[in-house]
Write a protein that binds this ligand. Structure first.
Ligand code: SF4
Ligand code: FES
Length: 251
């Protein structure tokens, strides 16, 4: 396949106070082997050479681990491929002459800071509210490996722990619900003995913080699961709801 010429329609917004708008750009000679972010680098180099402001976007690891690359591409979080983040999306998913729309992840709890960069510190505050365990480090601490854990529980906890906090679930959900993210974080601990000590407060505090941050309610559309780059299952939401109910009964 020969290289591609593309039209990009990109959300430009100076800062959190300004009104944004879509702006058209052309990029040419884009290889199908490039990642989506490399294509964005080509555009930014072009803009810098012309003395224009490059498009601000978040990125860090560029290998699907950090969860920073939050782009809404052609109406989908992380673009048209499945099970990938934007940095893992390849230009071979597009064809010569395509127009690609690129927007930030949109949610009340993720305010736009500039262009495609959103503030996801609401996720951090949910984590701080309960996404941890306390360990006695007095010197008599039990070796974690001395605790036998059923293989199924260990596997499911590990699956939940693969959530990278990217926010695609929120951006995809018509209610901007964060239930898949919080479900993953609660499940990660609920399945392990180390998570039992603080289980009651954890689920209550994390759900409380989620509501305070302005995330919407879950209406079981399942869109989050489809767009999650890490394949986090809706089962985690069901587990969180069970944990929440148990915590409410316990008081
Ligand atoms: S649940 Fe999936 S989509 Fe949501 S933050 Fe975690 S990895 Fe991203
Ligand atoms: S840049 Fe780290 S997940 Fe995409």
């Amino acid at each position: 396949m020969s290289n591609m010429n593309l039209t990009l329609k990109i959300w430009r917004q100076k800062d959190s106070k300004s009104k944004g708008k879509m702006v058209d750009y052309k990029v040419s000679d884009i290889s199908e082997h490039m990642s989506f972010l490399e294509m964005m680098d080509v555009l930014n180099e072009q803009l810098i050479n012309k003395g224009e402001d490059p498009v601000a976007f978040d990125h860090d690891c560029r290998e699907g681990i950090c969860g920073m690359c939050s782009m809404f591409i052609n109406g989908e979080a992380h673009g048209p491929d499945r099970g990938v983040t934007t940095c893992q999306l390849h230009m071979r998913m597009f064809k010569d002459g395509d127009t690609i729309t690129i927007e930030p992840f949109r949610a009340k709890a993720f305010p736009v800071m500039k262009d495609l960069v959103v503030d996801r510190s609401s996720f951090d505050r949910i984590q701080h509210a309960g996404g941890y365990i306390s360990v006695n480090t007095s010197g008599n601490t039990q070796d974690a490996n001395a605790l036998p854990i059923a293989k199924e529980a260990a596997d499911k906890a590990m699956d939940a722990a693969t959530c990278i906090g990217c926010g695609a679930c929120v951006a995809t959900c018509k209610n901007a619900s964060a239930m898949l993210f919080v479900g993953a974080k609660v499940s990660q601990y609920a399945l392990l003995p180390q998570g039992q000590v603080e289980a009651t407060e954890r689920v209550q505090n994390m759900v409380k913080q989620m509501d305070l941050e302005g995330f919407g309610n879950c209406t079981n559309t399942g869109a989050c699961e489809v767009e999650c780059p890490k394949g986090i299952s809706l089962e985690t939401i069901a587990r969180m709801n069970r944990e929440y109910l148990t915590a409410s009964i316990k008081g």
